[in-house]
Ligand binder design. Sequence first.
Ligand code: ATR
Length: 274
Amino acid sequence: MAELKAFVCGHPIAHSRSPLIHSHWLKSYGIDGSYTAIDVAPTDFAVFLSGLAAAGLRGGNVTIPHKEAAFAAVQRRDEAAEQIGAVNTLWFEDGVLWGGNTDAYGFAANLDHFAPGWAKGDVAVVLGAGGASRAIIHALKQRGFKDIRIVNRTVARAEQLANQFGAGITAHPQAATPELLGDASLLVNTTALGMHGNEGLPADPANLPGHAIVTDIVYVPLETPLLTAAKARGLKTVDGLGMLLHQAVPGFERWFGKRPEVTAELRNLIVADM
Ligand code: ATR
């Protein structure tokens, strides 16, 4: 059989850790395949997509700034992509180009792994109202959260999301009040706050109940100021690196025919590269 080929495309793309993840799995499972990073400028994206099959590519990942363009361009979409309005994974099925979104899956699988039982409660607070927040809200709804409170600097963006996702989702201005946090079982940060370490916290974990779980989708640094503050309060925390690793699983399975495992070895490999 010919070598199985997949890719990640974005612009810029040099920072992507996806090649490291997929190459590790290809090697571990002894699969004759490749996964390469391709820099595609926005003006070239349509032509790039139309040439996938001819280039012998089985599919790939799509990252910034192409996720919305991919959503519009594919012939079929999975349910998560429909809800989130963005596509991060492409594959062919009977010659038809499909687009999916694996971010919500990755988010939930990371918590399943490190905080089993995380979805037992009804109330979650989500910081941020961008593309990542949309995927998280989809995951939270799927896992049965009934009261999801979106906190955002620009309240209008939070309101837009709340309207789109419907009943039980509410919009709130920054910073999160004690009342908003007091009965929440999950706090999720989806904003870039904390990547540079020196900004104030958009929510104080001291206002959460003792059983609450705090998670950040930012993974550089692995322990963000929010997670540090949550730990100091004695709360369970989960960092964002596992979301990156788990979101890669469904794509790998589609292109290479094997459901890969997210192991400590893989995690350490990525941490060593950070
Ligand atoms: P992504 O796709 O990663 O979610 P995005 O769509 O640019 O990226 O959204 C970034 C989120 O981080 C937004 O919620 C943004 O708040 P605004 O909607 O008010 O812009 C939030 N964010 C980024 N920098 C921030 C800062 N310094 N303080 C507060 N919120 C910030």
